[in-house]
Design a binder for this molecule. Structure first.
Ligand SMILES: [Zn+2]
Ligand SMILES: [Zn+2]
Length: 217
């Protein structure tokens, strides 16, 4: 049986991008699983990167479900996809299909409908470094996390959207503050997992590739 992640693994970077584009084809134009609004391609990508691949939602509904402000989630996702090749290609393709220049913030999401919140996270373009700084890990906290993991998941070589979908689902089944020990052999994990934790507000208690101790939000 050939699974989605087998395909990603066997075919490399191009195939990863193609898998993301297939998801764009699948979810863009579909109805939000929560409010039935028609999803644009960027909302399809936001659903994919936030772990809502199985039930794509509009920006507003993903933000509500995650307990985040929509504009804040949108801005964080913008920065996140611009650091991840496999998602960036999908994001740019969404812009192309919607008639926007590939490297501007697409007006479908950067409109009055989603006013930026008056928080430090609404940084002007070009000053987006703060959320990309490596998370300082204190040794004592690492030790506690190591011993306190209440769940464990060996994700093997699963990558991109599939990893995130399953990770979100597993974290969602844990009580707030519980630690999931994730083992991921995906070579992009050392960058992807910390960035995804920042994006979603889950705490990365410790990391020692291929092991990641993630505290459920
Ligand atoms: Zn919705
Ligand atoms: Zn759009």
């Amino acid at each position: 049986m050939s699974t989605f992640e087998d395909q990603l693994e066997s075919l490399g970077e191009d195939a990863r991008a193609r898998a993301v584009l297939a998801e764009l084809d699948h979810a863009a134009g579909a109805a939000c699983a929560s409010c039935a609004a028609v999803l644009c391609g960027h909302e399809a990508m936001i659903s994919l990167v936030c772990g809502y691949k199985a039930s794509p939602r509009c920006l507003t509904c993903v933000a509500v479900d995650m307990g985040l402000d929509a504009a804040q989630l949108r801005d964080r996702t913008w920065r996140y996809v611009h650091g991840r090749d496999c998602f960036l290609q999908g994001w740019r393709e969404a812009s192309r299909r919607e008639g926007f220049s590939m490297d501007v913030r697409p007006p479908c999401l950067w409109s009055d409908k989603f006013a930026a919140p008056p928080t430090p996270s609404a940084l002007p373009q070009g000053n987006a470094g703060s959320e990309n700084t490596p998370l300082p890990l204190c040794g004592a906290e690492q030790e506690r996390a190591h011993t306190a993991a209440s769940a464990e998941w060996n994700a093997g070589t699963i990558a991109c959207g599939e990893l995130i979908l399953e990770l979100r689902s597993r974290l969602g089944r844990l009580p707030t503050g519980a630690v999931l020990l994730l083992v991921s052999l995906d070579p992009a994990a050392p960058e992807d997992i910390p960035a995804w934790c920042r994006l979603t507000g889950n705490g990365l208690a410790a990391a020692d590739h291929p092991r990641y101790w993630i505290r459920a939000r």
